[in-house]
Design a protein around this ligand. Structure first.
Ligand code: PEP
Ligand code: MG
Length: 533
């Protein structure tokens, strides 16, 4: 038995699991050259066909969001442009597995180099499909994922997650990984505890471990007493989660009877499969930038219209707030955002960029105006700083709707509101009295008020939304909204943190928008609070 080792990383999915730990399967064995380029090409084609067949069967078995993700992998495997460099290497007498790995390495590096965590996270899908084909090429493909154990390694291939029988329990502990990866999303949806960013570690004889997905902790070879202690904590957490789930289908009301609207933040249509509209008051923030992929063609008007319409139909008449593109900052898109900005968070971001790229803005506004008749759409501008931005964006929206009408295309003109995330707006909300609504973006408001980057662990202690300066601004905006009949919500991460909900209600807010995984917890926290009406 090895001595205990405790490692700390980032929480990615809540829950505690104690049990056996196993290394996520390593590389496939090297392939032996068949003797001809034709033989290698045929082997690669067969391996890709086998991988597609396997993914198709898996996709039919699981359905929903997992199937959407597998559809992405299948589409990549069918993409001739992806395979072309491998075929040309094979023509130069390179063995098929090396040719395939090299072709995928270029693609994966492109995704990994993205500054956006969302796009970096997609690299896991590419590694996953690369390895599936490699295992077929070397004849080592086989079943995996019996469940009941902790999967430890650099990253979990999404298909391994989907193949694993989580009904037997289990958890995930990753040396790197990302809390916004597909696997992390799936883990949260299935209640599989997960920790990412633990840094390099080897199992080297450690065969038992504990994962605490809330604290972001991995303990290798824990002592018996430690395991017992964590099992008690796990039981406590399971009771707490079951108690929270009881609140999911009820309206959110404080202990002293104050009703709070609780909406969800979403980024993609695939998330809708896992949210029951009856459990929330609508969508408080749809981050449209996630429909745009770095390096891929921009989605056209029809594609965007189809996505927005889908959100509205899903919401069954409840409000859906769709935010216009908030790219720039930590979400660059090549060809759209400027290169070489010294401080992208203070640069050409959000509505600033859209007013500089009217072609892109106009396409999105047309798609939004076309979607408006399908539900209760509200459109929101990010990173507004001065009133002229709201005026100009409003004029652009009216022009887009007028053009559609001239073309005989059905459309509507939804209310236009703004994010309150730049301190100038929160300090003088009076300047924006013409906005149809406000939604406070506490993530950015906090980073700008405390001058501490939202994505730097070195200044994480300063980047505190509970800072009295931030709370004072939130209170000011809530009061201005109340006194002037402008609805105010808050859609930053602090709305999902029970530690902050009391101050938000005290600040006068009665509308919060949170990540879908946090709905039950937020409603339970609200039910526990007294604010006075
Ligand atoms: C925010 O800034 O709080 C917000 C909700 O927007 P984003 O996190 O997308 O910047
Ligand atoms: Mg923001």
């Amino acid at each position: 038995m090895r001595s205990p080792v405790e490692l700390r990383g980032k929480p990615a999915s809540r829950g505690i699991f104690a049990g056996p730990v196993t290394r996520i399967a390593g590389e496939a064995a090297a392939r032996v050259y068949s003797g001809s380029a034709a033989g290698e090409r045929a082997a690669l084609d067969a391996a890709i066909a086998d991988a597609i067949a396997e993914l198709t069967v898996l996709s039919e078995k699981i359905g929903g969001e997992g199937a959407d993700m597998l559809a992405f992998q299948i589409a990549m495997l069918e993409d001739e442009a992806l395979k072309a460099p491998a075929y040309s290497a094979i023509e130069s007498a390179v063995v098929a597995d090396k040719a395939w790995s090299a072709a995928l390495a270029v693609e994966i590096a492109g995704y990994e180099a993205s500054e956006d965590e969302y796009f970096r996270a997609r690299a896991a899908d590419l590694r996953d499909l690369r390895d599936r084909v490699l295992k077929h090429l070397s004849g080592t493909a086989g079943p995996s994922g019996s469940g009941g154990m902790i999967l430890a390694g650099e990253d979990v291939p999404p298909t391994l997650f989907l193949e694993t029988d989580w009904s037997r329990g289990g958890a995930i502990a990753l040396t790197s990984g990302s809390a916004s990866s597909h696997v992390a999303m799936l883990a949260r949806a299935r209640g599989v505890p997960m920790v990412v960013g633990l840094g390099a570690f080897e199992l080297n004889g450690h065969d038992e471990a504990i994962v605490d997905g809330e604290g972001g902790i991995l303990i290798l070879s824990p002592e018996r007493a430690t395991v017992e202690m964590w099992k008690v904590r796990a039981a406590g957490l399971a009771i707490e989660q079951a108690r929270e789930r009881e609140f999911l289908h009820r309206p959110a009301v404080t202990a002293d009877g104050v009703k709070v609207e609780v909406l969800v933040n979403v980024a993609g249509v695939e998330e809708l499969d896992h949210i029951d509209i009856e459990t929330c008051d609508g969508i408080g923030l749809m981050r449209t930038e996630f429909l745009f992929r770095d390096g891929a063609p921009l989605p056209d008007e029809d594609e965007q219209f189809a996505a927005y319409k889908r959100f509205l139909e899903w919401a069954k008449g409840k409000p859906v707030t769709i935010r216009t593109l908030d790219i720039g900052g930590d979400k660059p898109i090549r060809g759209l955002t400027p290169d070489g900005e010294t401080n992208p968070f203070l640069g050409l971001r959000g509505v600033r960029l859209m007013l500089a790229r009217r072609d892109v803005f106009r396409t999105q506004l047309r798609a939004l105006a076309r979607a408006a008749p399908y539900g209760q759409l509200k459109v929101m501008l990010p990173m507004v700083t001065i009133p002229v931005e709201l005026t100009e964006a409003g004029e652009e929206f009216v022009d887009a709707a007028d053009a559609l009408k001239d073309e005989g295309i059905a459309c509507g003109m939804p209310p236009l509101g703004i994010m309150v995330e730049v301190p100038a707006v929160a300090i003088v909300p009076e300047m924006f009295a013409s906005a149809a609504f406000f939604s406070i973006g506490s993530n950015d408001l906090t980073q700008y008020v405390t001058a501490s980057s939202r994505d730097s662990s070195a200044v994480a202690a300063l980047n505190d939304p509970g800072n009295p300066a931030v709370i004072r601004l939130i209170t000011r905006v809530a009061r201005f909204g109340r006194e002037n009949g402008i609805p105010v919500s808050l859609c930053g991460d602090m709305a999902g943190d029970p530690a902050h909900i009391g101050s938000l209600l005290k600040a006068g807010l009665r509308s919060l928008s949170v990540s879908p995984a946090g709905l039950a917890r937020v409603k339970a926290a609200i039910a526990n609070l007294r604010v006075g009406s």
